[in-house]
Design a protein around this ligand. Structure first.
Ligand code: PEP
Ligand code: MN
Length: 263
């Protein structure tokens, strides 16, 4: 179902009135984690002003350490809904398990499957039963074939609205958090009709490299970007070092418009 042999035309996935995979590059931006009402509303206003169309923010966080901030859970979802109300942005947020899926699906416009869950086949099947777009991140050490098969799990249950997200893979390199595999964009587009979004924030792990790799992603043919933005990255509870300030995000958006048609 994910294969271009089966479906030769590029898929355009509608998220309300937004077309992902169409002419326009859509930018999903916001903090790694929803931390507070002030933090989220401020981030939402700023990314909207700079041209983002979708707000990101985790309410359930898959942290390496169980002692790190785990997210505001339902309260975080409510804040995302409030930010959507205020700004008109759509909301993408991660769902970590089948237990919380009904709740997360009530609030999200796009369900994010995180890298760590890319091969949680049970969860993939569960989101496959819903009529809701899914942002499927590439697993930390997964091949493109494994990633496409994960999309196939979702689609085989009936949900065809899958957006792929390249977020970097583990390599021997240590100067970046992951190695952003931009070759995945043309390769996926060769084998599949699904739209591809690139996440240079997790891909590099360092905010200094995010704008350059965002432009490179769009030049490579990405249909969208996922960018972490925090009103005060130094104080972020999660992923501060890779988060852009609102000012740097606005500059990145301006530079992006030189490469592509971004909103
Ligand atoms: C995130 O988007 O904040 C996240 C946890 O990403 P990934 O699953 O790609 O690590
Ligand atoms: Mn993050």
């Amino acid at each position: 179902l994910a294969s271009r042999a089966f479906h030769p035309e590029d898929s355009v996935i509608m998220v309300g009135d937004l077309a992902i995979g169409g002419e326009t590059v859509h930018v999903m931006a916001g903090p790694c984690a929803v931390e507070s009402r002030e933090q989220l509303l401020e981030a939402a206003r700023q990314v909207k002003a700079a041209g983002a169309t979708i707000l990101r923010g985790g309410a359930y966080k898959p942290r390496t350490s169980p002692y790190s901030f785990q997210g505001l859970e339902e309260k975080g979802l409510q804040l995302l809904a409030e930010a959507r109300e205020v700004t008109g942005l759509k909301v993408v947020t991660e769902v970590m398990d089948a237990r919380t899926l009904p709740l997360v699906a009530e609030y999200a416009d796009i369900l994010q499957i995180g890298a760590r869950n890319m091969q949680n086949f049970f969860l993939l099947r569960e989101v496959g039963r819903l009529d809701k777009p899914v942002l499927l991140k590439r697993g930390l050490s997964c091949t493109i074939e494994e990633w496409l098969m994960a999309a196939e799990y979702i689609m085989s249950m009936g949900n065809q609205r899958v957006i792929l997200c390249e977020r970097g893979i583990r390599t021997f390199e240590t100067y970046t958090r992951n190695t952003l595999d931009l070759s995945a964009v043309p390769v996926v587009k060769h084998f599949s009709h699904l739209p591809v979004v690139v996440d240079p924030s997790h891909g590099t792990g360092k905010w200094q490299f995010v704008p350059t790799m965002a432009r490179a992603a769009v030049a490579a043919g990405a249909d969208g970007l996922l960018i972490e933005v925090h009103p005060n990255p130094a104080e972020a509870l999660c992923d501060g070092p890779q988060s852009l300030t609102p000012e740097n995000f606005a500059r990145m958006m301006k530079e992006l418009r030189r490469v592509a048609r971004a909103v």
